[in-house]
Design a protein around this ligand. Structure first.
Ligand code: BYC
Ligand code: FE
Ligand code: FE
Length: 465
Protein backbone atom coordinates (compact mmCIF):
# COMPACT_ATOMS: atom_id res chain seq x y z
CA UNK A 1 0.00 0.00 0.00
CA UNK A 2 1.31 3.47 -0.93
CA UNK A 3 2.26 5.94 1.79
CA UNK A 4 -0.39 8.56 2.37
CA UNK A 5 1.26 11.93 3.07
CA UNK A 6 -1.91 13.99 2.91
CA UNK A 7 -2.89 13.16 6.48
CA UNK A 8 -1.52 14.48 9.76
CA UNK A 9 0.29 11.20 10.36
CA UNK A 10 1.81 9.79 7.16
CA UNK A 11 1.09 6.08 6.96
CA UNK A 12 0.54 3.06 4.78
CA UNK A 13 -1.83 1.30 7.17
CA UNK A 14 -5.03 3.03 6.05
CA UNK A 15 -5.20 4.96 9.28
CA UNK A 16 -8.07 7.16 8.10
CA UNK A 17 -10.34 4.10 8.15
CA UNK A 18 -9.81 3.56 11.85
CA UNK A 19 -10.99 6.78 13.48
CA UNK A 20 -10.43 5.71 17.08
CA UNK A 21 -6.83 4.68 16.41
CA UNK A 22 -6.22 7.81 14.37
CA UNK A 23 -7.52 9.99 17.20
CA UNK A 24 -5.41 8.19 19.79
CA UNK A 25 -2.26 8.61 17.73
CA UNK A 26 -3.08 12.24 16.94
CA UNK A 27 -3.35 12.73 20.66
CA UNK A 28 0.12 11.22 21.22
CA UNK A 29 1.67 13.22 18.36
CA UNK A 30 1.94 16.62 20.16
CA UNK A 31 3.51 14.90 23.18
CA UNK A 32 6.08 13.40 20.83
CA UNK A 33 6.84 16.80 19.24
CA UNK A 34 7.19 18.37 22.68
CA UNK A 35 9.57 15.60 23.66
CA UNK A 36 11.55 16.13 20.44
CA UNK A 37 11.87 19.84 21.13
CA UNK A 38 12.80 19.32 24.78
CA UNK A 39 15.07 16.30 24.54
CA UNK A 40 15.98 16.02 20.86
CA UNK A 41 18.91 17.95 19.34
CA UNK A 42 19.77 20.98 21.50
CA UNK A 43 20.53 23.15 18.49
CA UNK A 44 19.68 23.58 14.80
CA UNK A 45 15.99 22.84 15.30
CA UNK A 46 15.25 25.79 12.97
CA UNK A 47 17.82 24.85 10.35
CA UNK A 48 16.92 23.27 7.01
CA UNK A 49 18.49 19.83 6.99
CA UNK A 50 19.00 17.67 3.91
CA UNK A 51 17.06 14.61 5.06
CA UNK A 52 15.68 11.54 3.39
CA UNK A 53 12.06 10.57 3.90
CA UNK A 54 10.39 7.30 2.99
CA UNK A 55 8.12 7.50 -0.06
CA UNK A 56 7.38 3.81 -0.42
CA UNK A 57 8.35 0.69 1.47
CA UNK A 58 9.86 -1.38 -1.31
CA UNK A 59 13.60 -1.92 -1.37
CA UNK A 60 14.24 0.21 -4.44
CA UNK A 61 13.89 3.94 -4.24
CA UNK A 62 12.04 4.32 -0.99
CA UNK A 63 13.73 7.59 -0.18
CA UNK A 64 13.38 11.17 -1.32
CA UNK A 65 15.88 13.81 -0.23
CA UNK A 66 15.17 17.43 0.54
CA UNK A 67 15.79 20.22 3.04
CA UNK A 68 13.38 20.17 6.01
CA UNK A 69 13.32 21.58 9.50
CA UNK A 70 13.55 18.65 11.90
CA UNK A 71 10.36 19.42 13.85
CA UNK A 72 8.54 19.32 10.47
CA UNK A 73 9.93 15.89 9.55
CA UNK A 74 7.08 13.61 8.45
CA UNK A 75 7.33 10.94 11.12
CA UNK A 76 4.87 8.24 10.32
CA UNK A 77 3.84 4.61 10.25
CA UNK A 78 5.36 2.47 7.51
CA UNK A 79 5.02 -1.29 7.43
CA UNK A 80 6.52 -3.61 4.84
CA UNK A 81 3.83 -5.06 2.57
CA UNK A 82 1.87 -7.98 3.94
CA UNK A 83 2.79 -11.36 2.48
CA UNK A 84 -0.23 -13.41 1.56
CA UNK A 85 -0.66 -16.61 3.57
CA UNK A 86 2.40 -16.04 5.74
CA UNK A 87 2.82 -18.76 8.35
CA UNK A 88 4.71 -18.87 11.64
CA UNK A 89 8.26 -19.95 10.88
CA UNK A 90 9.51 -21.50 14.13
CA UNK A 91 8.63 -22.74 17.60
CA UNK A 92 5.59 -24.66 18.85
CA UNK A 93 3.17 -22.99 16.41
CA UNK A 94 5.30 -23.47 13.31
CA UNK A 95 3.19 -23.76 10.16
CA UNK A 96 0.07 -22.11 11.56
CA UNK A 97 -1.07 -18.83 9.96
CA UNK A 98 0.81 -15.79 11.26
CA UNK A 99 -1.22 -13.82 13.82
CA UNK A 100 -2.86 -10.60 12.66
CA UNK A 101 -4.02 -9.90 16.21
CA UNK A 102 -2.23 -10.43 19.51
CA UNK A 103 -2.86 -13.95 20.88
CA UNK A 104 -4.29 -13.24 24.33
CA UNK A 105 -2.04 -15.76 26.10
CA UNK A 106 1.08 -13.92 24.81
CA UNK A 107 -0.17 -10.42 25.29
CA UNK A 108 2.06 -9.37 28.16
CA UNK A 109 5.29 -10.95 26.83
CA UNK A 110 4.74 -9.42 23.44
CA UNK A 111 4.00 -6.02 24.90
CA UNK A 112 7.16 -6.24 26.92
CA UNK A 113 9.29 -7.04 23.83
CA UNK A 114 7.76 -4.13 21.94
CA UNK A 115 8.26 -1.76 24.88
CA UNK A 116 11.91 -2.81 25.27
CA UNK A 117 12.53 -2.30 21.56
CA UNK A 118 10.68 1.02 21.52
CA UNK A 119 12.44 2.38 24.58
CA UNK A 120 15.87 2.26 22.94
CA UNK A 121 14.85 4.54 20.07
CA UNK A 122 14.11 7.81 21.92
CA UNK A 123 16.88 6.89 24.38
CA UNK A 124 19.48 7.15 21.62
CA UNK A 125 18.15 10.55 20.51
CA UNK A 126 18.46 11.78 24.10
CA UNK A 127 21.98 10.41 24.39
CA UNK A 128 23.07 12.25 21.25
CA UNK A 129 21.35 15.56 21.81
CA UNK A 130 24.46 17.71 22.40
CA UNK A 131 26.54 16.39 19.52
CA UNK A 132 25.57 18.90 16.83
CA UNK A 133 27.49 21.60 18.69
CA UNK A 134 30.75 19.76 18.05
CA UNK A 135 30.04 18.20 14.66
CA UNK A 136 33.32 17.75 12.75
CA UNK A 137 31.62 18.84 9.50
CA UNK A 138 28.21 19.81 8.19
CA UNK A 139 28.09 16.45 6.41
CA UNK A 140 28.49 14.68 9.78
CA UNK A 141 25.94 16.95 11.39
CA UNK A 142 23.43 16.02 8.71
CA UNK A 143 24.11 12.32 9.27
CA UNK A 144 23.59 12.75 13.00
CA UNK A 145 20.23 14.41 12.39
CA UNK A 146 19.24 11.73 9.87
CA UNK A 147 19.93 9.04 12.45
CA UNK A 148 18.04 11.04 15.11
CA UNK A 149 14.88 11.56 13.07
CA UNK A 150 14.84 7.91 12.04
CA UNK A 151 15.20 6.73 15.62
CA UNK A 152 12.26 9.01 16.32
CA UNK A 153 10.36 7.21 13.58
CA UNK A 154 11.31 3.84 15.08
CA UNK A 155 9.61 5.01 18.24
CA UNK A 156 6.54 5.76 16.14
CA UNK A 157 6.70 2.24 14.75
CA UNK A 158 6.49 0.67 18.22
CA UNK A 159 3.96 3.21 19.48
CA UNK A 160 1.71 2.35 16.55
CA UNK A 161 1.78 -1.33 17.56
CA UNK A 162 1.04 -0.47 21.18
CA UNK A 163 -1.89 1.76 20.23
CA UNK A 164 -3.30 -0.46 17.53
CA UNK A 165 -3.07 -3.83 19.29
CA UNK A 166 -2.82 -3.37 23.06
CA UNK A 167 -5.71 -1.12 24.01
CA UNK A 168 -5.48 1.00 27.11
CA UNK A 169 -2.28 -0.53 28.53
CA UNK A 170 -0.65 -0.02 25.12
CA UNK A 171 -1.55 3.66 25.24
CA UNK A 172 -0.13 3.91 28.74
CA UNK A 173 3.10 2.27 27.65
CA UNK A 174 3.31 4.73 24.74
CA UNK A 175 3.15 7.60 27.21
CA UNK A 176 5.81 6.02 29.40
CA UNK A 177 8.15 6.00 26.39
CA UNK A 178 8.31 9.78 26.66
CA UNK A 179 8.62 9.79 30.47
CA UNK A 180 11.63 7.54 30.95
CA UNK A 181 14.84 9.36 29.99
CA UNK A 182 18.36 8.28 29.25
CA UNK A 183 20.49 8.55 32.38
CA UNK A 184 17.58 9.74 34.56
CA UNK A 185 18.13 8.59 38.14
CA UNK A 186 14.46 7.91 38.86
CA UNK A 187 13.20 6.94 35.41
CA UNK A 188 16.11 5.54 33.39
CA UNK A 189 15.83 3.83 30.01
CA UNK A 190 15.34 0.07 30.24
CA UNK A 191 18.61 -1.33 28.85
CA UNK A 192 22.07 -0.50 30.21
CA UNK A 193 23.88 0.98 27.18
CA UNK A 194 21.07 3.43 26.57
CA UNK A 195 21.86 5.27 29.78
CA UNK A 196 25.52 5.88 28.86
CA UNK A 197 26.30 9.43 27.78
CA UNK A 198 27.39 9.96 24.17
CA UNK A 199 29.03 13.34 24.33
CA UNK A 200 31.85 13.08 21.85
CA UNK A 201 31.95 11.99 18.23
CA UNK A 202 34.22 9.03 18.77
CA UNK A 203 31.57 7.60 21.09
CA UNK A 204 28.89 8.44 18.53
CA UNK A 205 30.66 6.48 15.78
CA UNK A 206 31.27 3.59 18.19
CA UNK A 207 27.62 3.63 19.19
CA UNK A 208 26.38 3.61 15.59
CA UNK A 209 28.85 0.86 14.72
CA UNK A 210 28.20 -1.41 17.72
CA UNK A 211 24.89 -0.44 19.30
CA UNK A 212 22.86 0.26 16.17
CA UNK A 213 24.13 -3.10 14.96
CA UNK A 214 22.53 -4.73 18.01
CA UNK A 215 19.41 -2.99 16.71
CA UNK A 216 19.93 -4.69 13.36
CA UNK A 217 20.11 -8.16 14.92
CA UNK A 218 17.23 -7.63 17.34
CA UNK A 219 15.10 -6.29 14.49
CA UNK A 220 16.05 -9.25 12.31
CA UNK A 221 14.88 -11.58 15.09
CA UNK A 222 11.64 -9.65 15.54
CA UNK A 223 11.11 -9.50 11.75
CA UNK A 224 10.67 -13.30 12.02
CA UNK A 225 7.88 -12.93 14.59
CA UNK A 226 4.65 -14.86 14.22
CA UNK A 227 2.88 -11.61 15.18
CA UNK A 228 2.69 -10.28 11.64
CA UNK A 229 2.36 -6.52 12.29
CA UNK A 230 5.55 -6.64 14.36
CA UNK A 231 7.38 -8.61 11.67
CA UNK A 232 6.30 -6.14 8.98
CA UNK A 233 7.23 -3.03 10.90
CA UNK A 234 10.65 -4.43 11.83
CA UNK A 235 11.34 -5.41 8.21
CA UNK A 236 10.96 -1.83 7.14
CA UNK A 237 12.97 -0.49 10.10
CA UNK A 238 15.88 -2.66 8.97
CA UNK A 239 16.12 -0.77 5.69
CA UNK A 240 16.62 2.46 7.65
CA UNK A 241 19.14 0.87 10.02
CA UNK A 242 21.76 0.28 7.30
CA UNK A 243 22.57 3.99 7.12
CA UNK A 244 23.14 4.21 10.86
CA UNK A 245 25.82 1.53 10.73
CA UNK A 246 27.30 3.18 7.63
CA UNK A 247 27.73 6.36 9.67
CA UNK A 248 29.58 4.39 12.35
CA UNK A 249 31.79 2.40 10.04
CA UNK A 250 32.81 5.31 7.79
CA UNK A 251 33.20 7.58 10.82
CA UNK A 252 35.75 5.20 12.38
CA UNK A 253 37.44 4.61 9.01
CA UNK A 254 37.95 8.34 8.47
CA UNK A 255 39.54 8.72 11.90
CA UNK A 256 41.91 5.84 11.21
CA UNK A 257 42.89 7.27 7.82
CA UNK A 258 43.64 10.66 9.33
CA UNK A 259 45.71 9.13 12.14
CA UNK A 260 47.67 6.91 9.75
CA UNK A 261 48.41 9.95 7.65
CA UNK A 262 49.95 11.69 10.66
CA UNK A 263 51.78 8.51 11.74
CA UNK A 264 53.41 8.31 8.32
CA UNK A 265 54.32 11.99 8.31
CA UNK A 266 55.90 11.77 11.76
CA UNK A 267 57.26 8.27 11.33
CA UNK A 268 55.90 7.47 14.77
CA UNK A 269 53.14 5.53 16.46
CA UNK A 270 53.84 7.05 19.87
CA UNK A 271 50.48 8.22 21.30
CA UNK A 272 52.13 11.15 23.05
CA UNK A 273 53.75 12.40 19.88
CA UNK A 274 50.53 11.91 17.93
CA UNK A 275 48.39 13.67 20.52
CA UNK A 276 50.52 16.79 20.07
CA UNK A 277 49.17 16.98 16.52
CA UNK A 278 45.56 16.49 17.64
CA UNK A 279 44.76 13.09 16.17
CA UNK A 280 43.40 9.96 17.87
CA UNK A 281 46.03 7.27 18.41
CA UNK A 282 45.07 3.67 17.61
CA UNK A 283 45.35 2.33 21.20
CA UNK A 284 42.84 5.00 22.19
CA UNK A 285 40.44 3.72 19.53
CA UNK A 286 40.96 0.19 20.85
CA UNK A 287 39.94 1.23 24.37
CA UNK A 288 36.75 2.86 23.03
CA UNK A 289 36.05 -0.31 21.06
CA UNK A 290 36.51 -2.36 24.24
CA UNK A 291 33.97 -0.25 26.07
CA UNK A 292 31.21 0.02 23.47
CA UNK A 293 31.49 -3.54 22.22
CA UNK A 294 31.34 -5.16 25.66
CA UNK A 295 28.40 -2.93 26.54
CA UNK A 296 26.64 -3.98 23.32
CA UNK A 297 27.16 -7.70 24.11
CA UNK A 298 25.20 -7.14 27.31
CA UNK A 299 22.23 -6.03 25.20
CA UNK A 300 21.68 -9.59 24.02
CA UNK A 301 20.75 -10.71 27.54
CA UNK A 302 22.14 -13.80 29.21
CA UNK A 303 23.68 -16.65 27.21
CA UNK A 304 21.32 -18.99 29.03
CA UNK A 305 17.85 -17.50 29.16
CA UNK A 306 14.44 -18.97 29.82
CA UNK A 307 12.90 -15.71 28.56
CA UNK A 308 14.57 -16.29 25.21
CA UNK A 309 13.35 -19.92 25.18
CA UNK A 310 9.80 -18.73 25.80
CA UNK A 311 9.95 -16.12 23.05
CA UNK A 312 11.12 -18.76 20.60
CA UNK A 313 8.73 -21.51 21.71
CA UNK A 314 5.78 -19.11 21.43
CA UNK A 315 6.76 -17.95 17.96
CA UNK A 316 7.28 -14.35 19.09
CA UNK A 317 10.98 -13.82 18.44
CA UNK A 318 13.07 -15.97 16.10
CA UNK A 319 16.72 -16.03 15.17
CA UNK A 320 18.16 -13.56 12.66
CA UNK A 321 17.60 -15.04 9.17
CA UNK A 322 15.55 -17.90 10.64
CA UNK A 323 14.95 -19.41 7.18
CA UNK A 324 18.68 -20.16 6.84
CA UNK A 325 18.52 -22.65 9.72
CA UNK A 326 17.44 -26.25 9.15
CA UNK A 327 15.71 -26.96 12.43
CA UNK A 328 13.00 -24.44 13.33
CA UNK A 329 11.76 -26.33 16.36
CA UNK A 330 14.94 -26.62 18.41
CA UNK A 331 13.21 -28.44 21.28
CA UNK A 332 15.35 -31.56 21.05
CA UNK A 333 18.84 -30.21 20.56
CA UNK A 334 21.51 -28.81 22.84
CA UNK A 335 24.29 -26.28 22.63
CA UNK A 336 27.56 -26.44 24.47
CA UNK A 337 28.11 -23.18 26.30
CA UNK A 338 31.23 -22.11 28.13
CA UNK A 339 30.53 -20.87 31.65
CA UNK A 340 32.77 -20.12 34.65
CA UNK A 341 31.91 -23.65 35.89
CA UNK A 342 33.03 -25.32 32.69
CA UNK A 343 31.17 -26.43 29.56
CA UNK A 344 27.42 -26.74 30.00
CA UNK A 345 24.87 -28.57 27.83
CA UNK A 346 22.06 -26.10 27.32
CA UNK A 347 18.76 -26.66 25.48
CA UNK A 348 19.02 -24.81 22.14
CA UNK A 349 15.91 -22.77 22.87
CA UNK A 350 17.54 -21.42 26.01
CA UNK A 351 20.63 -20.46 24.01
CA UNK A 352 18.81 -18.21 21.53
CA UNK A 353 20.35 -15.01 22.90
CA UNK A 354 23.80 -16.45 22.32
CA UNK A 355 22.94 -17.69 18.83
CA UNK A 356 21.71 -14.21 17.89
CA UNK A 357 24.74 -12.64 19.51
CA UNK A 358 27.14 -14.88 17.60
CA UNK A 359 25.68 -13.66 14.30
CA UNK A 360 26.18 -10.10 15.56
CA UNK A 361 29.79 -10.76 16.57
CA UNK A 362 30.57 -12.07 13.12
CA UNK A 363 29.05 -8.96 11.53
CA UNK A 364 31.05 -6.70 13.86
CA UNK A 365 34.25 -8.29 12.62
CA UNK A 366 33.82 -7.13 9.02
CA UNK A 367 34.91 -3.53 9.66
CA UNK A 368 38.00 -4.74 11.53
CA UNK A 369 39.27 -6.63 8.49
CA UNK A 370 39.09 -3.41 6.47
CA UNK A 371 40.62 -1.23 9.16
CA UNK A 372 43.52 -3.60 9.76
CA UNK A 373 44.20 -3.72 6.03
CA UNK A 374 44.51 0.09 6.03
CA UNK A 375 46.91 0.00 8.98
CA UNK A 376 49.05 -2.69 7.41
CA UNK A 377 49.13 -0.93 4.06
CA UNK A 378 50.35 2.22 5.80
CA UNK A 379 53.27 0.15 7.10
CA UNK A 380 52.40 -0.17 10.78
CA UNK A 381 52.37 -3.25 12.94
CA UNK A 382 49.16 -2.81 14.91
CA UNK A 383 45.83 -4.57 14.82
CA UNK A 384 42.49 -3.42 16.16
CA UNK A 385 40.53 -6.36 17.57
CA UNK A 386 37.24 -7.27 19.18
CA UNK A 387 37.74 -8.31 22.80
CA UNK A 388 36.58 -11.81 23.76
CA UNK A 389 32.96 -12.38 24.82
CA UNK A 390 33.71 -12.74 28.52
CA UNK A 391 35.55 -9.43 28.76
CA UNK A 392 34.01 -6.61 30.87
CA UNK A 393 30.47 -7.97 31.11
CA UNK A 394 27.66 -6.96 33.43
CA UNK A 395 24.99 -9.33 32.05
CA UNK A 396 25.16 -13.10 31.57
CA UNK A 397 27.31 -15.95 32.82
CA UNK A 398 30.53 -13.88 32.73
CA UNK A 399 29.12 -10.87 34.57
CA UNK A 400 31.35 -9.17 37.14
CA UNK A 401 34.44 -11.30 36.43
CA UNK A 402 37.82 -9.99 35.45
CA UNK A 403 39.33 -10.97 32.11
CA UNK A 404 41.60 -9.00 29.85
CA UNK A 405 40.44 -8.34 26.25
CA UNK A 406 42.22 -11.54 25.12
CA UNK A 407 40.40 -13.64 27.74
CA UNK A 408 43.13 -14.12 30.38
CA UNK A 409 41.96 -13.84 34.01
CA UNK A 410 43.36 -10.60 35.40
CA UNK A 411 42.98 -7.96 38.10
CA UNK A 412 40.22 -5.32 38.07
CA UNK A 413 43.01 -2.77 37.49
CA UNK A 414 44.01 -4.48 34.26
CA UNK A 415 40.40 -4.40 33.08
CA UNK A 416 40.19 -0.71 33.95
CA UNK A 417 43.40 0.01 32.05
CA UNK A 418 41.91 -1.54 28.89
CA UNK A 419 38.97 0.90 28.96
CA UNK A 420 38.99 4.64 28.15
CA UNK A 421 40.69 6.50 31.01
CA UNK A 422 39.74 9.91 32.35
CA UNK A 423 42.70 11.29 30.42
CA UNK A 424 41.51 9.60 27.20
CA UNK A 425 38.05 11.05 27.58
CA UNK A 426 39.41 14.50 28.40
CA UNK A 427 41.70 14.33 25.37
CA UNK A 428 38.90 13.28 23.02
CA UNK A 429 36.69 16.00 24.46
CA UNK A 430 39.44 18.58 23.92
CA UNK A 431 39.43 17.75 20.20
CA UNK A 432 35.70 18.34 19.79
CA UNK A 433 35.13 21.65 18.02
CA UNK A 434 32.20 22.35 15.76
CA UNK A 435 33.18 22.97 12.13
CA UNK A 436 30.31 24.75 10.41
CA UNK A 437 31.85 25.82 7.11
CA UNK A 438 30.62 23.50 4.33
CA UNK A 439 33.47 21.46 2.84
CA UNK A 440 35.73 21.82 5.88
CA UNK A 441 36.26 19.23 8.58
CA UNK A 442 37.86 18.91 12.01
CA UNK A 443 41.56 18.13 12.25
CA UNK A 444 41.07 14.70 13.84
CA UNK A 445 39.20 13.23 10.87
CA UNK A 446 39.14 13.55 7.08
CA UNK A 447 36.43 14.07 4.46
CA UNK A 448 34.38 11.04 3.34
CA UNK A 449 34.94 9.42 -0.05
CA UNK A 450 31.59 10.73 -1.23
CA UNK A 451 28.70 12.79 0.03
CA UNK A 452 25.06 11.90 0.63
CA UNK A 453 22.83 11.11 -2.36
CA UNK A 454 25.66 11.93 -4.80
CA UNK A 455 26.07 15.43 -3.40
CA UNK A 456 29.56 16.86 -2.87
CA UNK A 457 31.18 17.04 0.55
CA UNK A 458 30.84 20.84 0.49
CA UNK A 459 27.12 20.69 -0.28
CA UNK A 460 24.85 22.75 1.95
CA UNK A 461 23.68 19.82 4.10
CA UNK A 462 22.47 22.01 6.95
CA UNK A 463 21.29 25.54 6.14
CA UNK A 464 20.99 28.01 8.95
CA UNK A 465 19.03 31.00 7.78
N1 BYC B 1 20.26 -4.03 30.55
O1 BYC B 1 16.76 -13.62 30.20
P1 BYC B 1 17.67 -12.46 30.10
C1 BYC B 1 18.13 -0.70 19.04
C2 BYC B 1 17.18 -8.00 31.86
S1 BYC B 1 18.92 -1.84 20.04
C3 BYC B 1 19.30 -4.10 31.51
O2 BYC B 1 19.09 -12.69 30.10
P2 BYC B 1 16.19 -11.69 27.81
C4 BYC B 1 18.77 0.60 18.89
C5 BYC B 1 16.03 -8.66 31.15
O3 BYC B 1 15.08 -7.71 30.69
C6 BYC B 1 17.83 -3.24 20.08
N2 BYC B 1 18.56 -5.21 31.74
O4 BYC B 1 17.33 -11.54 28.87
C7 BYC B 1 20.15 0.74 18.82
C8 BYC B 1 15.50 -9.63 32.19
O5 BYC B 1 14.67 -8.95 33.10
P3 BYC B 1 13.61 -9.76 34.04
C9 BYC B 1 16.80 -3.20 21.18
C10 BYC B 1 18.78 -6.29 30.97
O6 BYC B 1 14.93 -11.21 28.36
C11 BYC B 1 20.73 1.99 18.70
C12 BYC B 1 16.74 -10.04 32.95
O7 BYC B 1 17.72 -9.01 32.69
N3 BYC B 1 15.83 -4.25 21.03
O8 BYC B 1 17.13 -0.98 18.49
O9 BYC B 1 16.27 -12.98 27.13
C13 BYC B 1 19.94 3.12 18.60
C14 BYC B 1 17.23 -11.39 32.53
O10 BYC B 1 17.33 -11.35 31.14
C15 BYC B 1 19.74 -6.29 29.95
C16 BYC B 1 15.68 -5.30 21.86
O11 BYC B 1 16.36 -5.42 22.85
C17 BYC B 1 20.51 -5.10 29.75
N4 BYC B 1 21.46 -5.01 28.81
O12 BYC B 1 16.81 -10.68 26.70
C18 BYC B 1 18.55 2.99 18.66
C19 BYC B 1 14.66 -6.33 21.47
N5 BYC B 1 19.73 -7.51 29.35
O13 BYC B 1 12.86 -10.70 33.13
C20 BYC B 1 17.97 1.75 18.79
C21 BYC B 1 13.65 -6.62 22.52
C22 BYC B 1 18.81 -8.24 29.98
O14 BYC B 1 14.43 -10.49 35.05
N6 BYC B 1 14.23 -7.14 23.76
N7 BYC B 1 18.22 -7.53 30.95
O15 BYC B 1 12.77 -8.65 34.61
C23 BYC B 1 14.57 -8.43 23.94
O16 BYC B 1 14.48 -9.24 23.05
C24 BYC B 1 15.09 -8.85 25.29
O17 BYC B 1 14.46 -8.06 26.26
C25 BYC B 1 16.62 -8.72 25.48
C26 BYC B 1 16.98 -9.36 26.83
C27 BYC B 1 17.36 -9.37 24.33
C28 BYC B 1 17.06 -7.27 25.60
FE1 FE C 1 16.24 2.30 15.66
FE1 FE D 1 19.52 2.85 14.44
Amino acid sequence: MAIDYTTKIPNNVDLSNDRALQRALEHWQPAFIDWWKDLGPTSYQDADVYLRTATSVDAKGWATFGHVKMPDYRWGIFLADQQTDRTIGFGDHKGKPAWQQVPSEYRSVLRRLIVTQGDTEPASVEQQRMLALTAPSMYDMRNLFQVNVEEGRHLWAMVYLLHAYFGRDGREEAEEMLHRHSGDEDHPRILGTFNEPIDDWLSFYMFTYFTDRDGKYQLKSLAESGFDPLARTCSFMLTEEAHHMFVGETGITRIIKRTLDEMQKLGSDDPEVLRKTGVMDLPLLQRYINFWYSSALDLFGSEISSNAATYFANGLKGRPDETKFEDHDCSKTFEEIETPDGLEQVATRKAMNLITRNAYVHDCGIGFTRWNRLIKKAGFDFELALPVDKYHRTVGVWAEQNFDPQGKPCSPETVAASLPSEADRAYVKSLMVGVTQPGKCANWTCPPDRGINNMAFDFDYVRTN
